[in-house]
Design a protein around this ligand. Structure first.
Ligand code: HAM
Length: 411
């Protein structure tokens, strides 16, 4: 029996890698231009980091973590988890390496695999990749605008211009509590009808109930008196001013956004600004990007009180909307039957940073040219005449034009 890739995992094949590389290169360019430095943290961390960081009212912690014990029955055995997201890991690294010594804001970006034991479907995998940024040390609304702008600029660099930014504010410790209590009170009479997850969230993090996809729960949120509470503004003056200043920046930057009061995000650490960027071309898993402010997380994980904000995007979802499957072409395919000259020529060109390949199997010229037209932009022909008279024939495989070149430096 053949062994297949695990459910919810995918191989990334060479024909897909050009688009993957393009996504990574654009991320590097856009993020580094905005002052973000790349950070890579380990794929696994202490389980406790996610229990505390992501939060125990979340699906991620309750149902989706790849957790295992290492060290067996040994008293030093410890529980580790494959990271389901990267914010907690970056915060851990930020504290561990005293990155607050750099003058604020400290800005980091990453591109890395994540793991969630979810029910696989289009746009939802068990191993997937996130590209994202985290910024520490800035509490001002301009920082929120900068992070959202960075996300939008990166998406624009990929040619993705018709996406919707959804925005909400969850308020701060003070006003969040008033909102939570109001929601608890209005939901209380319906609690018995709600799903088990919402019953648990009701106790641990009532705002997260609004994220529930269960039909019965959704109908309860649509009831007149419940909706009134959800839509009412509970945020304090400071939080209102923060949000209004942010939307002012977004207006001045011509960033299209839509306020969505139901947007609460699936992780526990957020306060104030939260946002998602959605694409209509992705079906039910429409979010390409999720992010927000998490001003309490650094302190909660043992660091100094530090405001922070960031986002992450699903690379597979970006790939699905870019949907280009062009294999990357070689610069030259050498067409020759003289293998010893060919291998030397390939070496020189590759050393000049050209992408070059050639035939190993002694195929006829016509077959080699056929292959060249599929895989390369130019055929570099090295026949008997060329070798005798010391020149190269270069054929443009798009236009069919052919020229003679006497020195490979002229290529
Ligand atoms: P998240 O919303 O859980 O946020 O994930 C961010 C993005 O990762 C989603 O919008 C989606 O595009 C992608 N994604 C999530 N789960 C899957 C999956 N199973 N399969 C494919 N793609 C997926 C976070 O992870 C936060 N750490 C974002 C953040 C950074 N907030 C502040 N800083």
């Amino acid at each position: 029996m053949t062994i297949k890739a695990q459910r919810g995992t995918k191989d990334i094949l060479p024909e897909e890698s050009a688009t993957w590389q393009m996504i990574r290169e654009n991320a590097q360019k856009v993020f580094q231009n905005a002052g973000f430095g790349e950070i890579s943290t380990p794929v696994f961390e202490a389980t406790e980091l996610f229990n505390r960081g992501v939060g125990d009212s979340t699906d991620i912690v309750n149902k989706e973590m790849y957790t295992f014990c290492v060290g067996g029955a040994d008293k030093n055995s410890s529980s580790i988890t494959l990271r389901p997201e990267n914010t907690a890991g970056v915060v851990r690294a930020y504290i561990e390496h005293n990155l607050n010594r750099i003058s604020p804001p400290q800005k980091f970006w990453y591109f890395a695999p994540m793991f969630r034991y979810e029910r696989p479907q289009a746009g939802r995998q068990r191993q997937f990749h996130q590209v994202g940024v985290e910024m520490f040390g800035a509490s001002e609304p301009i920082a929120d605008a900068e992070v959202i702008l960075t996300a939008v600029e990166f998406l624009n660099s990929l040619g993705l211009n018709d996406l919707t930014v959804e925005l909400n504010t969850l308020g701060c410790k003070n006003c969040k509590n008033a909102y939570r209590e109001a929601i608890k009170e209005v939901i209380k009479p319906y609690l018995d009808e709600m799903c088990d997850d919402c019953k648990m969230r009701y106790e641990k993090n009532p705002l997260r109930m609004l994220d529930c996809k269960n039909d019965t729960c959704q109908k309860i949120f649509e009831k007149e008196e419940v909706k009134k509470v959800i839509l009412k503004d509970y945020i304090c003056d400071d939080c209102r001013e923060h949000f209004e200043t942010l939307t002012g920046y977004l207006n001045s930057l011509n960033i299209n956004y839509k306020i969505n009061k139901m947007l609460v995000r699936g992780l526990d650490y957020y306060n104030r600004t939260v946002f998602e960027i959605k694409s209509e071309n992705l079906g039910s898993q429409s979010a390409v990007c999720g992010g927000g402010r998490y001003d309490g997380l650094v302190e909660m994980l043992g660091g100094q009180p530090t405001p922070a904000i960031g986002f992450a995007m699903g690379v597979e979802r970006l790939y699905a909307i870019i949907n280009k499957k062009d294999p990357e072409k070689l610069d030259y395919y050498i067409v020759s039957t003289n293998t010893s000259e060919t291998i030397k020529l390939a070496r020189s060109l590759r050393n000049k940073n050209k992408k070059v390949d050639y035939d190993f199997q002694g195929k006829k010229f016509s077959k080699q040219l056929e292959k060249a037209s599929k895989v390369a932009n130019f055929a570099l022909i090295l026949g008997d005449d060329e070798i005798e008279q010391k020149f190269y024939s270069i054929k443009n495989l798009t236009t069919g034009e052919q020229v003679k070149v006497f020195n490979i430096d002229e290529l």
